[in-house]
Design a protein around this ligand. Structure first.
Ligand SMILES: NC(=O)c1ccc[n+]([C@@H]2O[C@H](COP(=O)([O-])OP(=O)(O)OC[C@H]3O[C@@H](n4cnc5c(N)ncnc54)[C@H](O)[C@@H]3O)[C@@H](O)[C@H]2O)c1
Length: 256
């Protein structure tokens, strides 16, 4: 029997089979979870249909998290189809590529707010809107990166956004723990070549450096992130909330 047998898990942010969310959905599916997915727009809907089929996704709906109306509609649809939800994985981020290079300070107001809106606020908004639908003892999970804690060249506005995201994990953990015994955590994943990562200047160098310096002398896979997500979102993690778990082959512990 899988660790998530019969659990209803929304895994948001699959863009293709290289997405971190794909790795998480795969491990959840293998462990007996029912999977719900979203797509950003019609272009993605078509591309993602085979993945939705692979996971027998019972929910496969449009959701652009920058729209309140779409969030409301998405919650309504999930409520109609499932009635309730056990797990929500938020694996969504966006920043104007123009500012994922060069100096951080150059970011303009619109790009700053957009990165914060899509990459930070959306986690809190989804948590709030799904609260009445979520089962007691459920789990929320989001994805962060080391650039929240230390300066990573070119990560810039995303680093500032991830710092805010990690702080919101702690505040949400307090609120949701008290209200419904729901646990809220983040995985701080090491660099993985995905669509989002391709927007960061000199990403291959970041990956190479991580591989050289990490105690395990490698970068992590989306399946490894998926396995850590399984721990956090299943009963194995019942004592863990408000935590930022590094899944980075140990990179973050190295000073010099
Ligand atoms: N790849 C890495 O090295 C790495 C490392 C640590 C953390 N992360 C984080 O992991 C998460 C997933 O990214 P990924 O690397 O798997 O890349 P990805 O491109 O596969 O996933 C990013 C997802 O965000 C979605 N998205 C963007 N704007 C959206 C919007 N307005 N509404 C709804 N969805 C939207 C995209 O459609 C896509 O599915 C992100 O939060 C990212 O910052 C990535």
């Amino acid at each position: 029997m899988g660790l998530l047998e019969g659990k209803k898990a929304l895994v948001l942010g699959i863009a293709n089979n290289r997405s971190i969310a794909y790795g998480i959905a795969k491990v959840f599916h293998e462990n007996g979870a029912k999977i719900g997915m979203n797509y950003l727009n019609e272009k993605f809907q078509k591309k993602l249909q085979p993945i939705a089929d692979e996971f027998n996704a019972e929910v496969f709906e449009k959701l652009d998290v920058s729209s309140d109306e779409e969030i409301t509609r998405f919650v309504e649809t999930v409520k109609e189809k499932w009635g309730d939800v056990d797990i929500i994985v938020h694996s969504i981020a966006y920043a104007n590529k123009e500012y994922l290079r060069d100096y951080y300070y150059k970011v303009d107001r619109q790009s700053f707010l957009q990165a914060m809106d899509i990459s930070v606020y959306s986690f809190t908004a989804l948590a709030r809107e799904f609260l009445p639908v979520m089962n007691e003892g459920g789990s929320l999970l989001t994805l962060s990166y080391y650039g929240a804690e230390k300066v990573i060249y070119n990560y810039n506005i995303m680093g500032v956004a991830k710092a805010a995201l990690e702080a919101s994990v702690r505040y949400l953990a307090r609120d949701f723990g008290e209200l419904k015994k729901i646990r809220v955590n983040a995985i701080s994943a090491g660099p993985i070549k995905t669509l989002a990562a391709a927007g960061i200047a000199r990403f291959t160098e970041i990956q190479k450096m991580a591989e050289e310096r990490a105690p395990l002398k490698k970068t992590v896979t989306i399946e490894e992130v998926g396995k850590a997500a399984l721990f956090l979102c299943s009963d194995l993690g019942s004592g863990v909330t408000g935590e930022i778990l590094h899944v980075d082959a140990g990179y973050n512990i190295i000073g010099m």
